[in-house]
Design a protein around this ligand. Sequence first.
Ligand code: ARG
Length: 483
Amino acid sequence: MSALPSPPAGNEPAGEAVAEPAAHVSRIWGGRFEAGPAAIMEAINVSIDFDIRLIEQDVAASKAHAAMLAHQGIIPQADADAIHGGLDAVLAEARSGRLPLSRALEDVHMNVEGRLAALIGEPAGRLHTARSRNDQVATDFRLWVRDALDTLDGAAKALQAALIEQAQEHVATIMPGFTHLQAAQPVTFGHHLLAYVEMLGRDRGRFADARRRLNECPLGAAALAGTSFPIDRRATATALGFERPCANSLDAVSDRDFALEFLSACAIAAVHLSRLGEEIVIWTCERFGFLRLSDSFSTGSSIMPQKRNPDAAELIRAKAGRIIGALSGLLIVIKGLPLAYAKDMQEDKEPVFEAFDTLMLCLAAMAGMIATATVNAARMRAAAADGFPDATDLADWLVRVKGMPFRRAHHVAGSAVKAAETAGCPLAGLPLAVLQAIDPALDDSVFAVLGVEASVASRASEGGTAPERVAAAVVEARRRFLG
Ligand code: ARG
């Protein structure tokens, strides 16, 4: 007696399936499926279409495994040599696009082994001694993610270099600094760019953390419980550049933290890039006009000849969605999975590949945009003077020079702003008599701190926006990130 509940009757197409026995699956599963059950099974099971990207790592791990097996006397050295040569040949075929791939062989692991058997015959059959596809895929994928982290680090560094280069050029270029997207206090453009250099520095720190934690080798955990063969897990771990073998065989085949950490580091980096993308959209719009993208990073409109659209910045802003989606997708796949391996885990690769490709593209496009953009310093400077950005300087001066409590100084500065607004002039344009009517503590020497240049120059505290600080920060940033 079957313990399975019978399928709900409503799943059968009306008036057909019962009359005709299930000679063809499409009658049962609906007309949408043309293929029979075996073909549909293959279609859902197959992963070679995407996990072929693991081939370099698969071959490297197999070579390390075969060498260890021979060294331990588990397989003959001659077979290990044949396997070694054969794997090189398989890889050469793959690199030149000549490797025949079979969907019937499911994944990269079986395709490599199948091709190896075709090339070298019987010794190929000894390669899978003392391992399983479960520890194999976990090893290959860790190696792939490790390489990806290194590549991303390089790309993030290249973007930092582009930002630092522009920052150096603009240590003293004044622009409005915003809070709530309202003019707040003037800052320098170099200072603003260096904020992104810091974000990317933390992104690179997260890549490095993830790399450190993933660098343990699952190989030798076999299916889930370890193996009865006298393998040397330290030897394979070392040969593949891992710090040590994973300590627990169940954890080794079921852990995908490395992929999740990779994706979360990518997601945070993508969020950073989306913020810069948004700022570029704002800076390049004609109302701001702070920045002009080079022709090579601008797009035209099919109908409006005057347009120069920042499509790349907008796409970078948008693509964070994909990368965040990849992270949430994989978290949901792994959530609630019992130990050890389950085929659900095959769903781990596509989000990681997609996030990597997307982030690499975004980093490169952003670096290109930043390196080739031109700043309109006059527009920035003019905008920086709008909205009384030196009101805080006036208040600070009353506190610093006149010993006034800050709350009262804030109030006095507010009255000065109101007077300037009425007069239609900047704070520095108010006659002394007007200022003194507001508060007798205001004297002539206050004019030294008013105006955007004075305001920016005065913010020389550590980490502040004063040009001398920013110039030093550029030097520091080069040392910390580009050395
Ligand atoms: N293609 C599989 C994956 O990516 C390899 C592991 C298959 N293991 C198994 N027990 N079916 O997860």
